[in-house]
Design a protein. Structure first.
Length: 306
């Protein structure tokens, strides 16, 4: 017993010795890496840039994005966020890389990524009622909102427990749900189409190292997305459970999962929103009329429209 007390005393003395240098080192870490704490945020800080493609195959994508004012619409949707610095939302060719990412102060969307969405979009409305337009728009909004989530966590100093990639997915889903029931259903349905190839396989075999990936497994991300939608609006997304897209044993917990997300968003994000601009965004219809037929040439490239 005596040896235990002596050991505990040595631990306490060691803790006191390291406490001051740790605290001294922590202060500059906080002040240097949390711009929100040092600068007052303001809305309308999203800058857009269409970079002319060097690959001629991307020219139609570039032209369509500009014609439909895609980046302008995304700029407006995210305009209410009060940020300490400007963010540039940039569409650009990435030398064959199919990706999108955020690295302060730029959110990059590769033309290759948009081309991949276009090439994998259904050519006609699916049996579940998903139109080609909604498949494109949902996937595009999902990836932009996901990367915007990373940007908000970074610039607003939002603390994150566990995986940031999962938190960014949740941020994107939450953003889609705020645009109204009909638009939320169509956007989440379009975003979920990203995982179509995985949904069609009842069993998958992957190497163990696949679980070391910072992003969640595709089907896990798919179920998380549907669960957030169902947890927020059970009536709107009820058929996802009825048709087996969202397992019943997961669906029973979705209301609680959405509640946790809703609490986190209201506590950490809402104080950084401009109420007047939020109202303007929510009062608009961002998706095209689903009853309007799309031409075969443009149905796979439809951009968000008012």
């Amino acid at each position: 017993m005596q040896r235990t007390h002596k050991f505990a005393a040595r631990i306490r003395r060691a803790a006191r010795l390291v406490a001051l240098p740790i605290a001294a080192g922590f202060l500059p870490l906080v002040t240097n890496n949390t711009p929100a704490a040092a600068q007052e945020g303001r809305p309308n800080r999203i800058i857009i840039e269409y970079v002319k493609p060097t690959n001629s195959a991307h020219q139609p994508i570039y032209d369509l994005l500009k014609e439909r004012k895609v980046l302008e619409k995304l700029q407006e949707i995210f305009s209410p966020f009060k940020l300490p610095i400007d963010i540039t939302l940039k569409a650009v060719g990435c030398d064959g890389v199919v990706n999108a990412w955020y690295r302060r102060p730029t959110l990059t969307i590769c033309y290759e990524y948009l081309d991949d969405i276009r090439n994998t979009t259904p050519k006609e409305t699916t049996p579940t009622g998903l139109t080609p337009q909604d498949a494109v728009i949902g996937q595009l909004f999902y990836v932009v909102a996901h990367e915007m989530g990373h940007a908000m966590f970074d610039l607003l100093g939002v603390p994150i427990f566990a995986a940031e990639e999962q938190a960014a997915d949740a941020f994107a889903a939450y953003m889609m749900l705020q645009l109204g029931k009909d638009q939320a259903r169509r956007l989440i349905g379009g975003a979920a189409y990203s995982y179509k190839d995985y949904v069609e396989k009842t069993k998958v075999t992957v190497p163990q190292t696949a679980f070391a990936e910072v992003h969640g497994a595709p089907m896990q991300r798919f179920y998380n997305l549907l669960c957030i939608g169902y947890g927020a609006q059970p009536d709107t997304f009820a058929d996802l459970v009825e048709k087996g897209y969202l397992p019943k044993n997961r669906a029973g917990n979705c209301r609680r999962e959405f509640g946790e997300l809703n609490f986190a968003f209201r506590a950490a994000i809402v104080p950084h929103l401009d109420p007047a601009l939020v109202k303007e965004v929510l009062d608009k219809a961002w998706l095209p009329d689903p009853a309007r037929p799309a031409s075969p040439d443009t149905s796979q490239s439809e951009a968000p429209a008012k």
